[in-house]
Design a protein around this ligand. Structure first.
Ligand SMILES: Cc1cc2nc3c(=O)[nH]c(=O)nc-3n(C[C@H](O)[C@H](O)[C@H](O)COP(=O)(O)O)c2cc1C
Length: 188
């Protein structure tokens, strides 16, 4: 079998797009008003200390503003917020038009009907080619909604198949109160 050797952006997108992710909108209250951008590359990184990571593109206009502030809020999108992924994914538009939100403890926008929010402070930023690698400390966080997550796969929004829960063996979800006291565990 011949394996294609080209590493064009198109082929990288096609193959790496097989990796399904959730979606977030990373927001902040800035002197010029609320700001934010859609971010697929969010991951939980460390439990002790509590750290998360994501990868802003070097062409982002919003990320340098958030970097300068040094803190921001990660909003985990629910399936019902699919439209916000597009709205916060384009430069030069009024991203907050028609968007309901309240402020997090760090003072940043928590979007209505998201699944969870995570208040973060920037710790470190590393080179990542045409993106950068952000490491951020979690200052507070909350699950806010039991809805379906927004899932991105092969460049499209997909729905979790109804009734498919439990088809794959996964570590059991730990109730928040129990997780708080647990000595260690999977990053859920
Ligand atoms: C589905 C989706 C996923 C995205 N994931 C990322 C990402 O992981 N990192 C990133 O920097 N931009 C990502 N973007 C693009 C940014 O949202 C976009 O570059 C940004 O909103 C542009 O606005 P700005 O110039 O105000 O930053 C994504 C966009 C969409 C629609």
């Amino acid at each position: 079998m011949t394996v294609p050797t080209d590493l064009t952006p198109r082929r990288l997108r096609n193959v790496l797009g097989q990796f399904a992710t959730g979606l977030t909108v990373i927001t902040a209250s800035t002197p010029a008003g609320p700001a934010g951008f859609t971010c697929q590359s969010f991951v939980s990184l460390s439990l002790e200390p509590p750290l998360v990571s994501f990868n802003p593109t070097r062409t982002s206009n919003t990320w340098p503003v958030l970097r300068h502030l040094g803190s921001f809020t990660v909003n985990v999108l629910s399936a019902e917020l699919e439209h916000l992924s597009g709205q916060f994914g384009r430069s030069g538009t009024d991203k907050f038009a028609g968007v309901g939100y309240h402020l997090s403890p760090l003072g940043h926008p928590v979007l209505d009907n998201g699944l969870a929010w995570i208040d973060c402070e920037l710790v470190q930023e590393y080179d990542g080619g045409d993106h950068t690698i952000v490491v951020a400390a979690v200052r507070s966080l909350q699950s806010t909604h039991d809805g379906e997550p927004l899932v991105f796969h092969r460049g499209r929004y997909v729905r979790l198949q109804p009734g498919a829960e439990g088809a794959v063996t996964a570590p059991p979800a730990v109730p928040e109160a129990q997780a708080a006291g647990a000595p260690s565990g999977a990053v859920a």
